[in-house]
Design a protein around this ligand. Structure first.
Ligand code: PMP
Length: 350
């Protein structure tokens, strides 16, 4: 059967996201979702959209959303925004748009594994540049190279939750001759972003998602911020109606609810600080996080058994292992009760 497919596909491994579980039964701290329900204005917008003109196709360019995003983020106008079915779809469009078969993309290591899958699908190759020990980027990350067509930087990074500062990102962008995509899926939990750079340098593009801070992972909505000529060209390769009417309504209401966002982020960041302190007390090495998860490693190296112990006690966290680098636990920031339960189990583990 596989022989019917392009050779690039028969060799590739699928991307597997974190495991799902029956809602309510398990404390789910493994895929960096927001544990709180979305803003009431979003729920209302979904209800209205569901009882509205659902027999009609949605707006192919999600115009209302683009206006709301430009207003909320202080962008020059809606033509700087492109909406997608989750930021994963935006990343797919970027790889399709910039990287041809036989060409190459670059990512830091360890980081978001999906980028490699997208290169594989495209019949392109990928190269990983390891982070330095202090989670700074090695000089190689900004070097030009033959066939290199796209560089992807999750910022804040996953699984580490670390952030590369704006000046460093600007310097990398200036030294490259291809686009630099800054994946800001977790940026609302940090205290800096790269939106100014997008306006200064047409090769810098930023991806965002509504799956994390906005609490809308189930809706599937992400977007790109880039200079208008980039947006116009990428729009040519998107699916005709890539975002449905209900998602567009939800995302538009979410972008217009920035006060709600600030409150929920403050709450999650306070829980994160508490998690970091307690995990340190429990003997973990905790990487200071700028995202809604915490990367921690115990000197005894028993990460997989801790993951299994938590799972046996109905708590799902992410055990991650990176060849030639190491392993650890990535724990999403949940509600205070969920985190207390997780920390109590980790304390009991022996
Ligand atoms: N970028 C990074 C770094 C992520 O961790 C994730 C979540 N898996 C995404 C992008 C994708 O988010 P979504 O497709 O839900 O917008």
């Amino acid at each position: 059967m596989t022989s019917l497919f392009r050779p690039a596909l028969s060799k590739m491994l699928p991307y597997t996201p974190g495991e799902q579980s029956a809602p309510g039964k398990v404390i789910k701290l493994n895929t960096n979702e927001n544990p709180y329900p979305p803003c009431p204005a979003v729920v209302k917008a979904i209800q209205e959209a569901a009882t509205g003109n659902i027999n009609r196709y949605p707006d192919p360019m999600a115009t209302a959303f683009r206006h709301a995003a430009a207003d909320a983020l202080g962008l020059p106008g809606p033509e700087w925004v492109l909406a997608g079915n989750g930021s994963d779809e935006i990343l797919t469009m970027l790889v399709r748009g910039f990287v041809g078969e036989g060409e190459k993309l670059r990512l830091p290591y360890p980081s978001y594994i999906l980028y490699r899958t997208l290169a594989d699908i495209q019949g392109a190759s990928w190269e990983q540049v390891p982070f330095n020990d202090d989670w700074k980027l090695a000089a190689e990350f900004g070097e030009t190279s033959d066939k290199l067509k796209l560089v992807l930087l999750p910022n804040p990074n996953s699984p580490s939750g670390t952030i590369v500062d704006q000046e460093e990102v600007a310097a990398i962008a200036n030294s490259l001759d291809c686009p630099l995509v800054v994946d800001e899926a977790y940026v609302d939990f940090a205290n800096q972003n790269c939106l100014e750079l997008v306006q200064q340098n047409e090769r810098v593009m930023v991806t965002r998602t509504l799956s994390k801070s906005y609490g809308l992972a189930g809706v599937r909505f992400g977007f790109l911020i880039a200079q208008p000529q980039i947006i116009a060209n990428l729009a040519k390769i998107k699916d005709s109606y890539n975002c449905d009417a209900i998602s567009i309504a939800a995302a538009t209401a979410a972008m217009s609810s920035q006060d709600w966002l600030k409150d929920v982020v403050a709450k999650l960041n306070a829980t994160r600080a508490r998690m970091e302190t307690k995990l340190t007390e429990l003997g973990f090495h905790v990487t200071p996080s700028h995202a809604n998860f915490v990367w921690c490693q115990h000197p005894d190296g028993n990460h997989q058994s801790r993951y299994e112990y938590l799972k046996a006690n109905q708590i799902l966290v992410r055990y991650m292992q990176f060849p030639d680098w190491g392993d650890g636990l990535r724990i999403s920031v949940g509600t205070d009760d969920q985190i207390d339960a997780c920390l109590m189990m980790l304390e009991r583990f022996s």
